[in-house]
Design a protein around this ligand. Structure first.
Ligand code: ATP
Length: 324
């Protein structure tokens, strides 16, 4: 392998730049050429490539987002689109790639590998932490810190007004952000898609804590939680059945994806980038670099995307005890 492509795809996450930097610098260190592919699979199809060297990635380790940009690309889901991408890579002499993204991006890479025998290695970049084969995805730790900081601020206003706040955090299918940030920020209740204990139970719990002397509360609701139809309907339900409380809703939204990566994400990205390039040079393919027990491990991409990540039951128990 003489020339490795690197790109980011799907939703961005903090730490992607640190991973790009690591891939580029590892290539430079090992005397392999490295090409940045802009706009994910879209740019691959168009041949939007730029040769990178160690200096191309200075001053980015601390930046959120991705300097290579990211996109969703419908055309890559078609055989014709992937053939175009393959022809562009061939024309540019790129003989392997590192994809930094989530499960959709990995699925695309896996199909591409099967069709063309093209070597691919994945680095998990998503704030949701919904990838199997790694305890942490890039951006998850940063997102937790961002969410905790935001909830701390909401808590100030909640306690000044004796209000109940419903705070919606990202996580359409998984509650990792909600559960971890909820425990970290001392939330009263944490509602996640993996567990639906019903809205009556929520109401009882809020009433109990009110009668125990709590004057304000924070409830964290993951986007994909099904306790109510949505967070606003849940607010109406609680207000209708528990008039003592003034309820406010705060949807944190895209700010959760941005910001400077935490030190943990920067270090993890640096380690994963080195391992990804080394794995390609060792002739490995169709694998994702993950971290478990603080060791880097390689997991087949098909397992990374199909295996279900499990919510931490012990942490659920801790959160229940903390809200006594
Ligand atoms: P996020 O965590 O933000 O959802 P993701 O990598 O899962 O990130 P997706 O939008 O699901 O983001 O996928 C990114 C891109 O990967 C898609 O726009 C498409 O180009 C490609 N892709 C996804 N699924 C497939 C598939 N089944 N076949 C080919 N390409 C795919």
């Amino acid at each position: 392998i003489k020339k490795i492509g690197v790109f980011t795809s799907g939703g961005d996450s903090p730490g992607m730049n640190a991973a790009i930097r690591s891939v580029v610098r590892t290539c430079a260190y090992l005397n392999v050429e490295c090409v940045g592919i802009y706009w994910g699979y879209q740019g691959m199809i168009k041949g939007d490539f730029k040769l990178m060297n160690a200096r191309s990635v200075h001053n980015i380790i601390n930046k959120g987002g991705t300097i290579l940009k990211t996109a969703r690309c419908e055309e890559f889901r078609t055989k014709e689109g992937r053939k175009k991408a393959y022809d562009q890579l061939q024309a540019a002499g790129i003989d392997a790639f590192v994809v930094i993204g989530g499960d959709g991006s990995f699925t695309g890479a896996m199909i591409f590998n099967q069709e063309f025998g093209f070597p691919v290695i994945g680095i998990p970049g998503t704030i949701d932490n919904d990838i199997f084969g790694t305890t942490f995805t890039l951006g998850f730790d940063t997102a937790l810190n961002t969410v905790v900081e935001a909830i701390d601020k909401i808590r100030d206003t909640a306690s000044s007004h004796n209000r109940l706040f419903f705070v919606e955090v990202m996580g359409r299918d998984v509650g990792h952000i909600a559960l971890n940030a909820g425990v970290g920020a001392g939330a009263e209740e944490i509602l996640i898609p993996e567990e639906n204990l019903g809205r009556e139970r929520l109401l009882e719990s809020l009433k109990r804590s009110r009668s125990s002397g709590k004057s304000s509360s924070i409830v964290i609701v993951a986007e994909g939680d099904k306790t109510g139809k949505n967070i606003f309907e849940l607010k109406e339900y609680v207000e209708a059945n528990f008039p003592d409380y003034e309820v406010r809703v705060s949807v944190l939204g895209h700010m959760q994806r941005g910001g400077a990566p935490s030190c943990y994400d920067r270090v993890l990205a640096s380690r994963m980038g080195v391992r990804a390039v080394e794995a390609l040079l060792e002739g490995k393919t169709n694998l994702m670099v993950g971290v478990q027990d603080n060791q880097l491990i390689l997991t087949p991409i098909n397992k990374a995307i199909k295996g279900h990540t499990k919510i931490d039951k012990e942490l659920i128990r801790v959160s229940e005890i903390m809200s006594t």
